[in-house]
Write a protein that binds this ligand. Structure first.
Ligand SMILES: *Cc1c(COP(=O)(O)O)cnc(C)c1O
Length: 338
């Protein structure tokens, strides 16, 4: 089967497994796992932030960040299609007792204009606006990336307004590679960043939350409360370190494959729109064909993909989608009986 459902479906390679097997480990709840500590400090340094915290998932790193940056009753600003709002089980309300103010931005990319009118007055009638969350790359936006200046203007505005500024960077490495951003100047824009190791980086699991030392100290407490403290988890962290060494620059190959899929789709008469492909995600609109029917037709040809709306589909390229898979997929798309 060719699997284009998500970049989370990759399996660790033999070399990654060897790095995991050979990892030095200790009790990470005590802060004594050398491999976890190395992963946390390596990523923090790359992004120009002080410290990191290894967690089981990107949902947890986002939810911890939201919890640390807010108090119950506060309001969080995010896009209506953001992961933190849509796909984290209502965690903003459930874990942190906050309400949200949703932005209807273009391609889910929040602009300064979008945010300006969304901050509540300091009058006691209103919830206190305390956090702005952005996502890069933007999953629902078809994997598009922010321009550096847009993120910078939001950073400056957040400082002025005393808002915390969090990046859901589940696929931030895809954005850094695609845009050629300097990691450090990019990272320094944010108060906190969540980075997933289990997406394009291809590890079996784990995310790292980054921020100032005092933020991470508090995050460590919240991770414990949420049940995310793990012990000899250096084996998983070793996969992350391996991925940072070996799986970053090659992401450009995933982006190229996605671009070629996008170009092929544009030529098909049964496709009414393809969101411009910037990274490893291809989102396209079918011309009146129900997405579930299309999904079934693909599956019959040995290709798995996900509906992204009633007539919308998403393909995600990744480490385990090779050149041969790409040509088979293109051939299959060209021969769809529509
Ligand atoms: C995958 C993802 C996350 C985190 O998901 P987990 O499955 O909890 O690791 C967060 N934000 C975005 C945009 C994602 O795509």
């Amino acid at each position: 089967m060719i699997d284009l459902r998500s970049d989370t479906v990759t399996k660790p390679t033999q070399k990654m497994r060897e790095a995991m097997m050979n990892a030095a480990v200790g009790d990470d709840v005590f802060g004594e796992d050398p491999t976890v500590n190395l992963l946390q400090s390596t990523l923090a340094e790359k992004f120009g932030l002080e410290a990191g915290l290894f967690c089981p998932s990107g949902t947890m790193t986002n939810q911890i960040a939201i919890n640390v940056h807010t108090s119950p009753g506060d309001e969080v600003i995010c896009d209506q299609l953001s992961h933190v709002y849509n796909y984290e089980g209502g965690g903003i309300a459930r874990n942190s007792g906050c309400s949200v103010k949703l932005i209807q931005s273009t391609n889910c990319q929040i602009s300064l204009e979008d945010v300006k009118t969304k901050i509540n007055p300091s009058d006691s009638h209103y919830a206190r606006t305390s956090l702005l969350c952005v996502e890069d790359t933007v999953n629902k936006g078809g994997g598009v990336c922010y321009e550096f200046d847009q993120l910078k203007s939001l950073s400056e505005f957040s400082k002025e307004e005393k808002l915390a500024y969090h990046l859901d960077g589940a696929r931030v490495v895809n954005a850094l590679v695609a845009k050629g951003h300097n990691w450090e100047s990019y990272g320094s824009l944010f108060d906190s960043i969540s980075v997933c190791l289990s997406k394009g980086l291809g590890t079996p699991g784990g995310s790292v939350l980054l921020g100032s030392q005092s933020f991470i100290d508090e995050a460590h407490r919240v991770r414990k409360v949420m049940g995310g403290g793990m012990r000899q988890t250096g084996m998983l962290a070793a996969a992350g370190l391996y991925a940072l060494e070996n799986n970053v620059d090659r992401m450009i190959e995933d982006h190229q494959k996605a671009r070629l899929l996008g170009e092929c789709l544009k030529d098909q008469k049964w496709v009414s729109n393809v969101v411009p492909v910037e990274t490893n995600i291809v989102v396209f609109e079918l011309d009146g064909i129900p997405a579930v029917d299309f999904q079934a037709a693909l599956a019959q040809n040995g290709i798995l993909a996900m509906p992204f709306g009633p007539t919308k589909m998403r393909f995600v390229t990744h480490l385990d989608f090779n050149d041969q898979d790409l040509s088979s997929t293109i051939k299959c798309l060209e021969q769809m009986p529509y």
